[in-house]
Write a protein that binds this ligand. Structure first.
Ligand code: 3H9
Length: 677
């Protein structure tokens, strides 16, 4: 794990534990041993620590969390590095994250490759840097700068780290880093310990920082603890500050938020794995992508590929629609450039890769063709039958359908093995989730290519089987059915939505309906009023785009309760002979959240999702489920399956005639066992 090389009087210690040089027990033991030996070796004048492979280190080994601790602990190792009587130099390339950066902070001097990134991302795992990072970083770069890095968790480039005083020297390149570090070590006579420094700050700095970030850190334990720990660095000597840091770390790591956030980290990586497929399966080469439809979805989908440098042919039926679609794409890019996140050249480079056309036959040159047309089975079948006669052999044919059967669509072609679903979420150039839908006859290499390509364009892909709505939208169905029923029984849109936002969702079911468009799926006959949705649509209340839906909008995105909607609901109650009753928040939770968990369990038992954690990934990246609650299935696990079953049984009579309890859910409740184990 630790390779040692003596270069005359400089000892080089190389951490070698692919893929990220996580600081697991054997790396820690190896470093501690080599360091101790070097202290007593008169031949060694200075020590260089660096990482082998693609990075310095990705930090503490997260898989060890929750297991019995193995010595030496990381904080003690970092202290030992700092205590070295001989100068220690950290030589950083790739990434130095979390415990990795803390090891570098224990070093007396730091040299970095200009391409390297340094950060303390612990906060995104619901913890704080627990190996002295909250105490040493402020001592090096000042309390305010340290707060920014630790509370955001965002890594900074080496150039910025050098300006801040976190890095002492930049190397010429990655290749020359090791040699330059050794040469640099020879120029250094004495250790220079960060722990010996002190850092001062006005206490008001911390209050101001907390107030400025209140919206982001509200409800979250870790960022608040990070602020407290950095404040301690300005008030206490190193060892006392470290004690404070340790106490906060122990509190956080045993809490539900950290457990949930660590679950999300591993869930996202597990989702990339396709069960039953060899890892080395040959992927299909994708040099050009075709997109059918230049509407909101088609345009957004195209932008993902253009941004990744993959040429796109986009096809529409009328010039006007094509021009409108490409105009929107350009404006979206330009808006990003205005925010400083793209340069004007990057915008042009992306748009240059786009070939807009009315000629369907132009799709013949594409290796993957994504249909993003109107959500109607007949339309889709016609398109796929036509594609069958145009696409080159082996080209992948994908539909962006949100609900429809990929198997039925595939049957319209003579090559069902090449057909799959690529379900992007709106806005498709922003939302990270892609459900990669595996049809009954989708070829393994087509599926694997879809997954790999989605990752290449920066998405988080999850495999889903064929069913109405796949994973995410299928779970929305019981939620929305119950939310609508609750309105008729006595709840208001505000009450239902408040329960969801208080839970941590970015918006509730009715705010979401207004954003997506209340008119989605509406039959478009204003005289036919059979549901609340029909009544709203008949009055032109189509959602935010009309400034009126379940809420009034008044030119702003901020929803306000609508007396018109209250009246529509009242009229419906009278018509249906329903006397409104008081509805508790608990009933709303059970009927709109527990029912989703029940649907998730069915999705799992039917094999539509490969694993429970995939369902959590879908909800995190597609619908904004609060990460610190892990995802619907993890959350159910946390509060207890028996509680979910009890709740559903209590309200069973109100859940509609179609409601059935998932057998898997009942079994888990009886066994008191997590879903994935
Ligand atoms: C910490 O340091 C606490 C200390 O302050 C205090 C302690 C007392 N541990 O992401 P990838 C695995 S907390 C264990 O696909 P990339 C990962 O699961 C830590 N395993 O690669 C995956 O496994 P698999 C603070 C880890 O190149 C494989 O490595 N550090 C760790 O796209 C490849 O990962 C962080 O929060 C780890 N620390 O991205 C950084 N890291 O192949 C967390 C990765 O079985 N890590 N694995 O699925 C990352 O952000 C990214 O992995 C990184 C590489 C950017 C490093």
């Amino acid at each position: 794990m630790i390779e040692t090389k003596l270069h005359d009087d400089v000892l080089e210690l190389v951490m070698n534990d692919p893929p990220v040089n996580a600081l697991g027990a054997s790396v820690r033991q190896g470093l501690a041993k080599a360091l101790a030996e070097a202290q007593g070796d008169p031949a060694v004048k200075a020590i260089v620590i660096r990482g082998g492979g693609k990075m310095f280190s990705g930090g503490a080994d997260i898989t060890e969390f929750g297991k019995p601790p193995v010595e030496p602990w990381l904080p003690a190792l970092v202290d030992a590095i700092e205590a070295s009587a001989k100068p220690v130099i950290g030589a950083i390339h790739g990434m130095a994250l979390g415990g990795g950066l803390e090891v570098a902070l224990g070093c007396h001097y730091r040299i970095a490759d200009p391409e390297a990134k340094l950060g303390l991302p612990e906060v995104s795992l619901g913890i704080l840097p627990g190996a002295g990072g909250t105490q040493r970083l402020p001592r090096l770069i000042g309390a305010e700068a340290a707060l920014g890095m630790i509370v955001s968790g965002t890594p900074i480039p080496a150039s910025k780290a050098a300006q801040a005083g976190l890095v002492d020297k930049l190397s010429e390149s990655d290749d020359s880093l090791a040699a330059e570090a050794i040469a640099y070590a020879r120029t250094l006579e004495t250790p220079r310990r960060t722990g010996d420094r002190s850092v001062a700050a006005d206490p008001a700095v911390f209050e101001r920082f907390a107030a400025d970030n209140a919206r982001k850190i509200d409800n979250l334990d870790a960022p608040k603890a990070c602020i407290e720990a950095v404040k301690a660095a300005t008030e206490l000597p190193l060892t006392e500050g470290q004690e404070k840091e340790r106490a906060l770390f122990m509190q956080l790591i045993s809490g539900d938020q950290s457990r949930a956030l660590r679950h999300v980290f591993f869930a996202e990586r597990a989702a990339a794995r396709i069960d039953g497929l060899p890892k080395d399966i040959r992927l299909r080469p994708i040099g050009r992508v075709g997109v059918i439809g230049a509407g909101t979805m088609g345009g957004g989908i195209s932008m993902n590929f253009l941004s990744a440098g993959i040429p796109v042919t986009i096809v529409e039926m009328a010039q006007e629609a094509l021009d409108r679609g490409t105009g929107v794409m350009r404006r979206n890019y330009e808006a990003t450039a205005t925010k400083g996140r793209l340069t004007a050249e990057q915008v042009e480079k992306a748009m240059d890769l786009l070939t807009p056309t009315l000629d369907f036959d132009a799709l013949a040159s594409c290796d993957l063709i994504i249909e993003a047309a109107y959500e109607n089975m007949d339309v889709k079948k016609e398109i796929f039958a036509r594609l069958d006669g145009i696409a080159k052999p082996g080209a992948m044919l994908a539909s962006n359908t949100s609900y429809l059967s990929i198997d039925e669509i595939a049957a319209a072609t003579a090559r069902p093995q090449d057909v799959l679903g690529l379900h992007f979420f709106s806005p498709a150039n922003v939302m990270k989730l892609v459900e990669v839908v595996r049809g009954a006859r989708t070829a393994p290499d087509a599926l694997a290519t879809g997954m790999a390509l989605a990752r290449k364009i920066g998405k988080v892909p999850v495999v889903a089987g064929v069913c109405y709505g796949f994973i995410g939208n299928r779970m929305l169905i019981p939620r929305q059915t119950n939310a609508n029923a609750l309105l008729l029984e006595g709840a208001t849109p505000e009450q239902v939505d408040r329960v969801h936002t208080a839970f941590g969702m970015p918006m509730g079911p009715f705010q979401m309906a207004d954003l997506a468009g209340v008119d989605i799926g509406w039959h478009r006959d204003p005289s036919r009023i059979e549901s609340l949705q029909d009544a709203l649509c008949a009055q032109g209340r189509w959602g935010q785009k009309k400034q009126a839906g379940f809420y009034d909008y008044d030119g702003k995105r901020q929803p306000s309760p609508s007396p018109v909607v209250a009246k529509i609901i009242d009229d419906f109650r009278v018509k249906a002979g329903i006397t409104p009753r008081d509805i508790s928040d608990e009933e709303i939770m059970v009927r709109t959240l527990y029912t989703m968990v029940n649907e998730g369990a069915k999705i799992l038992e039917e094999g539509i999702a490969q694993r429970a954690s995939d369902i959590d990934v879908v909800w995190n990246y597609g619908y904004g489920w609060p990460r610190h609650k892990g995802g619907p299935m993890f959350w159910a696990d946390t509060i207890g399956w028996d509680r979910i079953v009890d709740g559903l049984m209590r309200y069973k009579d109100r859940l509609g005639d179609d409601f059935t309890l998932s057998p898997l859910l009942m079994q888990r409740a009886a066994e008191d066992k997590p879903l994935d184990r």
